[in-house]
Design a protein around this ligand. Sequence first.
Ligand code: UDX
Length: 443
Amino acid sequence: MRLSVIGCGYLGAVHAACMADLGHEVVGVDVDAAKVDLLAAGTPPFHEPGFADLLERALATGRLTFTTDPDAVASAQVHFVCVGTPQREDSYAADLRYVDDAVDALVARLAPHPDGPVVVVGKSTVPVGTAERIAARIARAAPDAGATLVWNPEFLREGFAIQDTVSPDRIVYGLPPGPDGERAAEVLDAVYADLLARGVPRLRTDYATSQLVKVAANSFLATKISFINAMAELCEATGADVTELAEAIGYDDRIGRKFLRAGVGFGGGCLPKDIRAFMARAGELGVDQALTFLREVDAINLRRREHVVELAAAACGGSLSGARVAVLGAAFKPDSDDIRDSPALAVAEGVAGRGGQVVVTDPAALENVRRTRPHLRTEPDVRAALAGADVVLLLTEWREYVGLDPAEVGELVARRQVVDGRNVLDPARWRAAGWTYRGLGRP
Ligand code: UDX
């Protein structure tokens, strides 16, 4: 089938390549010429395991192209809207400017397609009510195209983006009532035929529910993380161990073990801004009380960052002024170069703000750090970053940091002090090598 993918960021680029790999003919459109050039040349503009190979394979078939030309969507029957919805600068709400621009550009080019009904598929994470507004816009601006909007949220995790695209836990269609919705669902079934044949569950629902599914899922995940981080605060006050607590409660499969890793908290381009946009939308809908708890979820999360700065200061005798602090990790999670709302960088900034001499290292994200935070000192080599450190803060659990040999790196630092912001190091092993070890929520 002929597909267009509008917006070639994390979501769109991976979606486009995966769809081409499944056999579809895909054109990816983006306003960012530099990104389009990279993708067209087979160079991923971001770090994602497996994506370089997938991109190369898909480009080699000739079925995948990238362009900045908005007219290129004209040949497609199905259009995926995959642009970003970041947090607005002036409020908690989502910035829908890119969605609106993408839809404007698309509706101007919608026309009947020889292969069947035209379907616009919304994949961006949006405030509930946006799909209804876009559907009305399509009907008004392109009445003769016979195009139908389906809301089809994505749930991909960075680091697992390909797997989550081709083997998602579920596929959700938000459909308008009536025969148009039925026909559009059939078209989308054909796009996802391979996934459906493999038994991926597919749920059909209305627009409002489909938009809520995404933000509800992310709110639940954020709540789970903040729950265990709140327990970490209790553990710190009582001498208990949150990692053992999480293991013990996780055996109850109503609770489950996943997303109960206490540490410096959640970051990234999704969870923080999605819970805030959800609160903002609830306020507009007059049900802000229903989501007041998310304010607490956010506050617990941000408190962990401050706590790590305090631990670093405590390790340096109460003052960070002039202390040499090695920050291991800048990305918001391992296997990613994404530094959006990264807890690691928030801590690095906090330490630097209190006079610490910070050196940040990361296997993938340093270019992004240098571009956005030129005032932070970066060092690509972890051993060089550790040299002379008064305290080491492990803030992103990259495999290479988890695997460090405490005896060996103990020779590099000025003082053997480590704050394990992800609770991934073995305290006994580090202590045995002469380190003062502090985890989060651990004695
Ligand atoms: C998330 C959702 O998981 C995904 O379904 C959605 O589509 C987009 O948002 P992502 O942002 O890639 O995906 O990261 P995720 O793996 O969810 O981690 C988010 C943050 O939570 C990271 O900073 C991670 O370090 C942190 N985290 C995760 C914890 O602190 N503890 C945990 O137990 C799990």
